[in-house]
Design a binder for this molecule. Structure first.
Ligand code: SF4
Length: 341
């Protein structure tokens, strides 16, 4: 059996391990301090731990389960990390710096079951879930590349976070913990393609994280074509789950809408989207499509995107028209991994 990644343990779990080994529980905080604050490269550096205890840690845990294979992009711009797991699978994480922010976009699965039409990961199929340790390590490797602690984490890389709910939420708790990296919950965004049971569970977690829901179409027929998951969780049920989430958590949801030329960007579709969302207190992110080889769609021209944006804004919906920063790098949603495969 391969050793457990130490970065996938909650502080309480590490405390329990320390007790089992006859060590005081404060040793767990010392270890976390080395892992997340001092960023020790090896166990040997953890000098305030007794040598026999360090040997027990080495026997039970792995300290690195990801290997950096490739970094695409220049420092200060969007950078893409291609990472290899211990079983040889490939994943990716993306660094998105912007003025005061250092954002890391993490993957939660190797591949994805959701098969969204415009997504390279969706076209490559599903391999396995990532563990919490593998998710946390993506952030640590990104921290090394940034040279400092990231300010924001977005769960928008390869995979559907709510299809790997337990490990995703565990990684959130580890990254958010004040004795670890201490990334504020409001700086952590979980993005779902619309998995209703995940939205319902998250509402009961008592976490202040941001929730983002991908819509990409304002009606069921087109949404089912673009996102097959819509057949299981159609728009009416999804919007009801979102309304319940907002009522329970008092948190505003961000809806993501990828603009695709001649498919979902007409004036009528903008009005349909307004109708769908106007009862919500929400934000909308409009994102021009990042072209992938597997999907024939194109991004709309700027005038069309601006008109779509203005229809939402005029209806009082807080809207941003985002640049899909990864596209120049083939970084959007699984494209680097897809190319490597
Ligand atoms: S867009 Fe997200 S949910 Fe859809 S197939 Fe790609 S990774 Fe999966």
């Amino acid at each position: 059996m391969s050793p457990v990644p130490i970065h996938g343990l909650l502080l309480e779990e590490l405390e329990a391990f320390c007790k089992e080994q006859g060590q005081p529980s404060f040793r767990a905080k010392q270890i976390w301090d080395w892992l997340y604050v001092k960023r020790a490269a090896s166990l040997d550096e953890m000098k305030n731990l007794p040598a026999p205890f360090r040997a027990q840690l080495a026997e039970n845990f792995s300290f690195q389960c990801l290997e950096k294979l490739e970094i695409k992009g220049a420092p200060g711009e969007t950078q893409k990390l291609l990472l290899k797991l211990v079983d040889g699978e490939l994943i990716e994480a993306v660094l998105i710096p912007a003025r005061t922010r250092r954002t890391v976009c993490v993957s939660t699965q190797v591949g994805c079951k959701m098969a969204c039409a415009f997504c390279a990961s969706g076209q490559c199929g599903f391999r396995r879930n990532l563990t919490a340790g593998e998710i946390v390590e993506q952030v640590l490797l990104a921290t090394d590349v940034y040279g400092e602690r990231p300010t924001n984490i977005v769960y928008m890389g390869v995979g559907e976070p709510f299809d790997n709910y337990d490990e995703t939420l565990k990684s959130v708790r580890i990254l958010n913990h004040p004795d670890g990296l201490g990334i504020g919950a409001r700086k952590i965004t979980i993005s779902t393609s619309g998995v209703i049971p995940g939205i319902e569970r998250l509402a009961g977690e008592g976490l202040q994280v941001e929730l983002s829901v991908s819509l990409h179409a304002p009606e069921n027929e087109l949404r089912s074509k673009l996102m097959p998951l819509n057949k299981r969780y159609p728009l009416d049920a999804l919007m009801q789950a979102c309304a319940d989430y907002t009522a329970k958590t008092k948190r505003i949801i961000t809806f993501e809408y990828t603009l695709i030329k001649d498919l979902n960007n007409s004036a009528a579709q903008a009005r349909q989207l307004v109708k769908l969302l106007k009862k919500f207190s929400c934000r909308v992110n409009l994102i021009p499509l990042s072209p992938v080889e597997e999907f024939a769609g194109e991004r709309p021209d700027s005038e069309t995107m601006k008109a779509f944006f203005q229809t939402l804004e005029k209806a009082g919906i807080n809207t941003t028209l985002r640049d899909s920063k990864g596209s120049a790098l083939k970084a959007a949603c699984g494209q680097l991994r897809a190319r490597s495969l």
